[in-house]
Design a protein around this ligand. Structure first.
Ligand code: SRM
Ligand code: SF4
Length: 578
């Protein structure tokens, strides 16, 4: 056989593993020089340490609000660290929550930020406080290990604390998978908790291998009735199926979800996970390991923008992936079973758990638990958790559920929230309750526009238009992100606003409330002040021409982009999407 011609320098470069791949391989179990760098003082870490820190749950950031002024004064940027807590299903005990709340003052910027994956983030931690902060989180029996990085991230599932077999199973599955899919390396414990190395301890990464995964890997668990974890946005989705007696029959498995994309790179795109097979109740971990192995063995390692599992599924096809999964499991996997349509339920407000206790879902705008001029939410939550010993659970909608409330405490809890001017869910429209925004400026280094800080005015302006048509309590979701990475799942809801250039957003419409379909780009670079103008004709048409209970996204998809554009006419300053 004739040997293939030698690769050109360009081809060779394109096939070269990224620097992060080389770093992981040489890192000695994700340790690198992190321990030394943290001990060295200063305000920043090296690029290698920056990349390794992610695996331990932290990102180096800087305050983007002050950066320009500091630069003009020839001063150093205000470097600080974000730390993310890994907490499967968003579950915390009362004591854990109170410890994290204290940490927000002692080491961070006085806020706790609920994430769209049911985690909690601290912002504004100084380098000198990083190790003590992570140690303090571990003292509460929580971890930050693998909250970020090229590994399996925080496990998502329904946060509803219902006391039934279905919910108990999902919670147990999320906890089990979260633990079982952690790496073997003791690096984290040695760097942050001063654990002494144990001679002969086997740290071989049997699942991950020396270079871990090509990119982040996300898992979500749901039932058809409760898709509050938006599972199809994950690399791997398990949808648990139960019989009439509430006995688990098994899981439908879907693979290849992921929402990040890069503007001007058509080969990157959002994608929802595709159902690939069904496995029995005892196969959950083996299946998870098989899909992780598929990513490990076939995910791209030369271009981090195209390294997620979704591109393996797109490039090779579902049948090819299914054949690999059969091989990892050593048998032919059953096709996915028929199931009911996925549904995202309402979790806010008061609900009975089914065991005599109640939960209260408290809305948290953009997930930011803080005291501000509008409401002293953080103080209210601290008082309630301290006094009534309720266990908080974070939701994928960036809200908090206060669980295990005794019926006799309900009125007193409402009174505390009222005293702290926290707006109850019942006073908010459905549109406002289901609006998400990512942190964006000033902490996120990738933000092109604001998101969290403009959520309130944007919601108010669009809500006012919906209200004119009596539509504000229809199930309609709005997701705002400061860049195309999709952290608030901007392409999976009815409406996505995606930061393009400062003060301007691309508008996506056509997804759906329950997470079944993706949206399409309708307008480009709409000035923030003209968003209302872009939506007003669409909402009016939805009110007049929407069929039965047709969702806004479905309505937009039915009409298509051209019809929507002719309805809207020219929006000053905006460009039609290409
Ligand atoms: Fe995200 C990067 C915040 C959920 C897709 N995400 C980032 C970083 C770390 C910016 C960075 O790389 O420098 C952001 C930190 C901002 C800050 O200041 O805190 C960030 N992502 C978040 C959070 C906090 C948004 C929120 O509003 O809560 C969420 C944390 C979840 C958690 O607890 O683990 C968060 N990110 C998501 C989701 C939604 C989800 O998983 O359900 C997505 C879309 C789904 C997906 O993964 O495809 C998402 N984040 C990204 C991407 C695009 C990845 C890609 O495949 O291209 C990036 C950029 C990257 O990784 O290079 C990113
Ligand atoms: Fe940052 Fe973009 Fe994610 Fe928002 S969507 S947090 S701006 S990476």
């Amino acid at each position: 056989m004739t040997p293939p011609p030698p690769a050109s320098p360009a081809q060779a470069a394109a096939r070269k593993p990224t620097g992060v791949e080389t770093l992981k391989r040489a890192s000695h179990g994700l340790r690198g020089r992190l321990a030394e760098e943290l001990a060295e003082g200063g305000v920043q870490v090296s690029e290698d340490a920056y990349n390794l820190l992610k695996f331990h749950g932290s990102y180096e950031q800087f305050d983007r609000d002050t950066a320009t002024a500091l630069k003009q004064q020839k001063l150093e940027k205000d470097y600080q660290f974000m730390v993310r807590v890994r907490m499967p299903g968003g579950m915390l005990t009362a004591d854990q929550y109170l410890a994290l709340d204290r940490l927000a003052d002692s080491h961070a910027n006085g806020t706790l930020r609920i994430t769209t994956r049911q985690g909690l983030q601290f912002h504004g931690i100084l380098k000198a406080d990083l190790k003590p902060s992570i140690a303090a989180i571990n003292d509460t029996l929580l971890t930050t290990l693998c909250a970020c990085g090229d590994v399996v991230r925080n496990l998502m599932t329904t946060s509803a604390p219902r006391s039934d077999a279905r919910h108990a199973r999902l919670r147990d599955d999320a906890r089990m998978l979260s633990l079982a899919l952690l790496p073997q390396s003791r690096g984290y414990y040695q760097i942050f908790l001063d654990e002494a190395p144990v001679a002969g301890f086997d740290e071989t990464e049997t699942l991950y291998g020396e270079t871990y995964l090509p990119r982040k890997f996300k898992i979500g668990l749901a039932t058809p009735e409760d898709n509050s974890a938006d599972v199809l946005s994950n690399d791997l989705a398990f949808i648990a199926l139960f019989d009439d007696q509430d006995t688990l029959t098994g899981y439908n498995v879907a693979i290849g979800g992921g929402l990040g994309m890069t503007h001007n790179r058509a080969d990157t795109f959002p994608r929802l996970a595709t159902p690939v097979c069904f496995v029995g109740p005892d196969d959950l971990l083996a299946m998870a390991r098989a899909v992780v192995s598929l990513h490990r063995d076939h995910g791209g390692r030369t271009d981090r923008k195209r390294a997620r599992l979704k591109y393996v599924v797109e490039d090779h096809g579902l049948d090819w992936c299914k054949a690999r999964l059969d091989a990892y499991l050593g048998r032919t996997l059953e096709p996915p079973r028929p199931m009911a349509r996925l549904h995202i339920p309402e979790l806010l407000g008061w609900h009975e758990q089914g065991d005599g206790l109640w939960w209260l879902g408290v809305p948290v705008p953009s997930g930011r638990i803080e005291d501000n001029a509008t409401a002293t939410l953080r103080t209210a939550l601290r008082e309630i958790v301290t006094q009534f010993r309720v266990d908080p659970i974070m939701t994928a909608q960036q809200d908090v559920l206060l669980s295990n409330v005794r019926p006799e405490d309900r009125d007193a809890i409402d009174a505390v929230l009222d005293r702290h001017r926290v707006v109850p869910a019942a006073s908010l429209s459905t549109f406002a309750r289901f609006a998400l925004a990512c942190p964006a400026l000033p902490t996120c280094g990738l933000a092109l526009t604001e998101a969290e800080r403009v959520r309130t005015p944007i919601v108010a302006s669009l809500e006012a238009i919906l209200r004119r048509h009596g539509l504000e309590n229809r199930r309609i979701s709005l997701r705002i992100t400061g860049c195309p990475n999709g952290c608030a799942r901007s392409y999976a809801g009815d409406i996505g606003l995606v930061g393009r250039i400062p003060g301007h957003y691309a508008i996506y419409v056509g997804g759906d409330f329950d997470g079944h379909s993706l949206s399409f780009r309708y307008l480009e670079r709409v000035p923030e002040a003209r968003l209302g103008e872009a939506f007003a004709p669409l909402f009016a048409a939805w009110a007049e021409q929407g069929v039965d209970d047709e969702g806004f996204g479905a309505f937009c998809t039915r009409l298509g982009r051209d019809a929507l554009l002719s309805l809207a006419g020219a929006v000053d300053g905006a460009l039609p999407a290409a």
